[in-house]
Design a protein around this ligand. Structure first.
Ligand SMILES: [Zn+2]
Ligand SMILES: [Zn+2]
Length: 300
């Protein structure tokens, strides 16, 4: 019975009996399967390579350790609501109530319940306690503010996070406002209006000001080669105002009368407007050989 001859798990190196599980370039034992199931969707295991699976387990050692002593608490660690079997969501390192889970799904662009259930409790706590989640908040002097109006002084910070599913680094954004108390918020409010006034003085008649970081010509690859999509993407940050779709932008301080028309403009994280203080990407349909990183694009 060849089937039951002991085999060596390609992932953990231990001997096992039975069928085991097949991945792209090897096979693994039931123990490894159970652990991986906590970290990545089942079908991802089967087309991943042994080295990817090994790395997934290594990178998430803490999660796996936590898993074995994890118990469902009586109440939601975020909002304090009573937790029940049907009103809770299991995370890699804890539990939250379904209301908080729903909020997190709404807050994270593109996220569904499945992806939220793979986020660590501490991260969900940060996401749900930020001013983005609570709508408007108040500074010390009781002034209400919209977090997006303060991005000029306190931009979202782009970070990368290793995603075991795809084996790639995912981009996410941290909100430094989330960590500020009321007096910190007041300071940021003052700083925001100071920076805005300085920029308005500098750029005068221009209502929209955009600083260029990177220009990219997107393409797709197929068997027949590389195919350009016929547009350019201009990445950067909005220094003032908002880049509207259709806006005609020219290079600040350059005498030639050359301009680009924004076929589209989107802020980052995606779903945001290309407005003041946000990273944004402008798409244009024409060649832009006269726009360089470091340029400033302006629009009246
Ligand atoms: Zn194994
Ligand atoms: Zn809750």
């Amino acid at each position: 019975m060849a089937l039951f001859r002991p085999k060596i798990c390609s992932v953990c190196g231990r001997e096992y009996r039975g069928l085991g599980f097949q991945c792209k370039d090897g096979h693994f034992c039931g123990d490894c399967y159970d652990k991986l199931l906590l970290l990545i969707p089942q079908d991802h295991m089967f087309y991943n390579t042994v080295s990817k699976l090994k790395k997934t387990l290594e990178d998430n050692e803490d999660v796996l350790k936590g898993q074995y002593k994890k118990e469902m608490p009586q109440t939601c660690p975020i909002c304090g609501k009573k937790l029940g079997k049907l009103t809770s969501m299991e995370l890699p390192d804890g539990y939250i109530c379904t209301d908080c889970a729903e909020k997190a799904v709404d807050m994270i662009p593109g996220a569904g319940y499945e992806s939220v259930s793979r986020i660590m409790l501490s991260e969900i706590r940060t996401i749900l306690s930020g001013p983005e989640a609570t709508g408007t908040a108040k500074g010390e002097q009781g002034r209400r503010y919209d977090p997006d109006d303060l991005r000029i002084a306190c931009p979202l910070i782009r970070r990368l996070k290793y995603d075991a599913d795809s084996g790639a680094n995912d981009t996410f954004y941290e909100d430094p406002l989330a960590e500020l108390g009321p007096d910190g918020i007041d300071q940021v409010m003052e700083k925001a209006s100071r920076i805005r006034n300085e920029r308005r003085a500098l750029y005068g008649e221009y209502k929209t000001v955009f600083s260029v970081d990177l220009i990219e010509k997107p393409y797709t690859t197929s068997k027949t080669g590389v195919h350009y999509t016929g547009e350019y993407l201009i990445y950067g940050r909005v220094l003032l105002g908002r880049v509207e779709k259709g806006a005609v932008l020219s290079v600040y301080g350059r005498s030639e009368e050359r301009s680009v028309r924004a076929a589209g403009a989107e802020g980052r994280p995606s779903g945001k407007d290309a407005s003041e203080g946000f990273e944004a990407v402008i798409s244009v349909k024409d060649d832009v050989p006269f726009v360089y990183p470091g340029d400033v694009l302006v629009c009246r």
